[in-house]
Ligand binder design. Structure first.
Ligand code: AMP
Ligand code: MG
Length: 399
């Protein structure tokens, strides 16, 4: 059995090259990764302008009262007015700095008496002035390739007029569910005796989309070799990545690995020293990675987060690892020696700003509610002893 750390390393070593670029409207591209960086093709701001409402002046003139010789507003053409020696021009935030002026004095630091202006304290040259190109200068990298577009990056792209950007295409991820007990999730109550709803298919579709992939759900296959093989072949047709769920444990009806191997899948590992998700399988079929997730929803979700999400991030040109930090555990946990434990937790902060990790109750892997209550995961390394309440543990926020 390999360690969780080695398993992740092998998965990432098999990651196909990042998907090719496609043009996408800026707002639809939020959450996706830039395939081509944005270089400034114009200066932002395009001209020197005022950072505040006040008076454009010559800093050397400020000791004597000044004459107010005009007004310049945001949107006015640069160069329309000049500040002569001994004069000041009324200016609003964002208005072009008049020729001759080298500072803007805030209105709060002035007194006006008709056309005369007194400045209440000295200001140095450059005060209150935003210079041309100080946000973005022509030729400067504005957003690097590999940047995940967030709402905050939209302002930079929009300021450069880049309303269409080149992002990595979403990898198509085929999801193969299997099990004689499964019926589609939209089957109404009462369910046929012995059946349960396919909870994993919809969950994986949501996880794939949220991780930057394009989910393709293959209709659930029964626990028989021929239909399972047909489902896998249909998955293979357009997939950049295949995720199977269920049928990778020790049971007599766990056929997924055997059928995959018959089709030419080359297994790299099966079984990982972790909880949940020990039966995880991974290999490649031609060059397409295949991740065999265990069927219990919590195992499937956690294994997706630890292995499939990083793979999708790599395939979309993104750094695969999430930042981790220390949190304080608020309840004791049992830890089996030799296994990496991934514990579903709710993360909060206390008044001092410290992270607290509250386990989401019974961690048995069939419980979907232990997932629903979680916004993070704890990663307990294989060597850890049973962590007590108050222990410092490593945590990740899920989003
Ligand atoms: P398996 O790995 O096939 O032995 O499945 C382990 C457990 O997960 C069993 O209780 C299955 O009924 C359950 N399971 C498998 N696939 C799904 C699914 N798509 N949705 C909900 N539960 C599932
Ligand atoms: Mg099964």
């Amino acid at each position: 059995m390999i360690s969780a750390a080695d398993a992740l390393r092998l998965v990432l070593e098999s990651a196909p090259a990042p998907m090719p670029a496609e043009p996408v409207g800026l707002l639809d591209a939020v959450g996706r990764t830039l395939a081509v960086g944005l270089v400034a093709t114009a200066n932002v701001p395009p001209a020197d302008n005022s950072a505040l409402d006040g008076f454009a002046v010559r800093a050397a003139d400020l000791t004597a009262p000044l004459t107010i010789s005009g007004t310049v507003r945001a949107g006015d053409e640069p160069g329309r007015l000049t500040v002569a020696p001994g004069a000041a021009v009324r200016i609003s935030t964002g208005a072009p700095l008049p020729d001759g002026a080298d500072a803007v004095v805030p209105v709060e630091q002035t007194q006006t008496n008709g056309l005369f202006l007194t400045i209440l304290k000295p200001f140095a040259a450059g005060h209150g002035v935003r210079r041309c190109g100080t946000d973005l200068a022509i030729g400067q990298s504005a957003l690097a390739a590999g940047t995940v577009l967030t709402p905050w990056t939209v302002a930079t792209a929009a300021a450069l007029g880049r309303m269409i950007v080149a992002v990595h295409r979403r990898p198509v991820v085929a999801v193969v569910t299997s099990g004689d007990e499964l019926v589609p999730a939209d089957t109404p109550d009462p369910l046929p005796p012995g059946k349960i709803r396919d909870a994993n298919g919809p969950m994986l579709a949501a996880l794939i989309w949220a991780s930057g992939g394009e989910p393709r759900l293959i209709p659930t296959a029964p626990d028989r070799e021929l239909p399972l093989a047909q489902a896998l072949i249909s998955a293979r047709e357009t997939a950049d990545l295949i995720v199977t769920v269920g049928g990778v444990s020790m049971g007599e009806h766990d056929l997924t690995r055997r059928v995959l191997t018959g089709l030419g899948y080359n297994e790299q590992f099966w079984q990982v020293a972790q909880r949940p998700g020990k039966p995880l399988a991974f290999g490649t079929w031609d060059a397409v990675p295949v991740v065999g997730l265990p069927g219990n929803p919590a195992s499937a979700a956690v294994c997706f987060d630890r292995y499939v999400r990083p793979l999708l991030w790599a395939m979309t040109g993104r750094e695969p690892h999430r930042p981790a930090f220390h949190a304080t555990l608020t309840a004791p946990l049992a830890h089996l020696p030799g296994l990496t434990h991934f514990v579903r937790v709710h993360l909060t902060t206390d008044e001092q700003g410290r992270w607290l990790a509250h386990p989401t109750g019974d961690q048995t892997s069939h419980r979907t509610r232990s997932l629903a209550a979680a916004n993070g995961l704890l990663i307990l390394p294989p060597t850890a002893a049973d962590p007590t309440s108050g222990a410092a543990v490593t945590a990740e926020l899920l989003s």
